[in-house]
Design a protein. Structure first.
Length: 399
């Protein structure tokens, strides 16, 4: 009986000992599994952090490169493309290409593959671009083929940055061109002022001065002579000189500023001026001008007349035309001026690019006058097919 109880106790102890060992093994295995899971999670977080740092670094470097206003645009775009492969998850198989209006800037190993990520962009002035990233080899699938969702955000950000950069550089180039035009116009204005002063001084000296000298001689002759016939001849000659001088002074004043612009309005002034210039040059003219209702400020009226002056002067100097026509019409929102000729024509784009050439400053002056009043200007011309210049000056709401 006692022996049976002892065996039972020993068996119970062994069973309990085995259970404790089993539980200890399970605890150790559980702890080991949790440790491996934590280690795996840490590794994944570290990998993601590294990827985000790469992406942010690439974006930061790209922005730094785009801040350079001295480097040529093509060189900046190549540098941006070179920053892309290291920023992607698998840089060892990554290539990139940036295409802007047909010009391509690829990395050395770029080629079309099935594993492509792409972002398109368009600038406000119509420049179209494509940014492409490819893997040369297949990689495990992610949210967008083999590419991460964050890489989609990155390529979109780079494309937007490229669009902003190209827009800014275009604006800077246009500003430089406009500055050059203003400088050229300023020089032209000073040159024309000097020419007008020289011409006025010459006219006053050669024509008006000589006329007064002749009048003085005639008056002295009348004072000294007692011969009625000779006195009458001197008087008639003096009257003729006075009439010629008055006419010449009137022409000089009209050339400086036509008084009929103030007295009779824009339409009459344009009709008179075009007819007068056509008669002088010996070419046929047609003027279709209608009285302009109130709505143009005095400065805008003068600008319209000066546009006609510049346009007609350009025709007479350069077009070799046999006919010119000027149309002046009121619209709902402004005044439309059209100046046409049948001359030799030219390339408007080439003329506007050559902003510093003296022969082109007339057109540039017209363009600046139209811009001053927020108007619109269109120039259409073909070589040997004539030219058509159309300008619209809006009404001033305050008038």
């Amino acid at each position: 009986m006692s022996s049976s109880k002892n065996r039972s106790r020993r068996l119970t102890r062994k069973t309990e000992r085995g259970s404790r060992l089993a539980r200890g093994t399970e605890v150790k295995q559980s702890r080991r599994g949790k440790g491996q899971a934590i280690q795996s999670t840490r590794g994944e977080i570290a990998h993601r952090l590294v990827e985000r740092v790469k992406e942010l670094s690439a974006l930061h470097r790209a922005v730094r490169v785009m801040q350079d206003n001295v480097k040529p645009v093509s060189k900046v775009l190549r540098e941006i493309v070179s920053l892309i492969p290291p920023a992607w998850q698998y840089p060892e198989v990554t290539e990139a290409c940036l295409t802007v209006d047909g010009m391509r800037f690829p990395t050395a190993g770029f080629r079309k593959t099935p594993w492509t990520q792409r972002a398109d962009f368009t600038t406000p002035h119509g420049c179209r671009g494509i940014l492409e990233v490819v893997y040369r080899e297949k990689r495990p699938p992610e949210s967008e083929g083999p590419f991460l969702a964050e890489e989609r955000h990155l390529i979109n950000s780079l494309a937007d940055s490229c669009a902003s950069y190209l827009t800014r550089r275009r604006a800077e180039e246009e500003l430089l061109v406009a500055h050059g035009r203003l400088q050229a116009l300023s020089k032209q204005s000073m040159r024309l002022q000097e020419q007008e002063r020289r011409q006025l001084a010459r006219d006053l000296h050669d024509e008006i001065g000589q006329a007064f000298t002749t009048l003085k001689v005639n008056l002295q002759t009348i004072q000294r002579t007692t011969d009625p016939k000779r006195m009458t001849t001197s008087l008639n000659d003096s009257f003729l000189i006075i009439d010629q001088t008055v006419a010449r002074v009137r022409d000089m004043a009209l050339d400086l500023r036509p008084s009929m612009l103030d007295d009779f309005g824009l339409a009459s002034a344009v009709r008179w001026y075009v007819g007068k210039q056509g008669e002088r040059a010996g070419i046929r003219t047609k003027v279709d001008s209608v009285a302009i209702p109130r709505g143009l400020s005095p400065d805008a009226l003068v600008a319209c007349f000066r546009i006609v002056q510049e346009g007609v002067t350009n025709i007479l100097r350069h077009a070799k035309a046999s006919r010119m026509a000027v149309t002046l019409r009121p619209l709902k929102k402004g005044v439309k001026l059209v100046i046409e000729d049948d001359g030799i024509g030219f390339s408007p784009n080439e003329v506007m690019r050559a902003s510093g050439e003296r022969s082109h400053l007339g057109l540039i002056g017209i363009q600046e006058r139209v811009r001053t009043f927020n108007g619109q200007l269109q120039i259409s011309s073909e070589k040997r097919k004539g030219t058509r210049l159309s300008a619209m000056i809006p009404f001033d709401e305050a008038v």
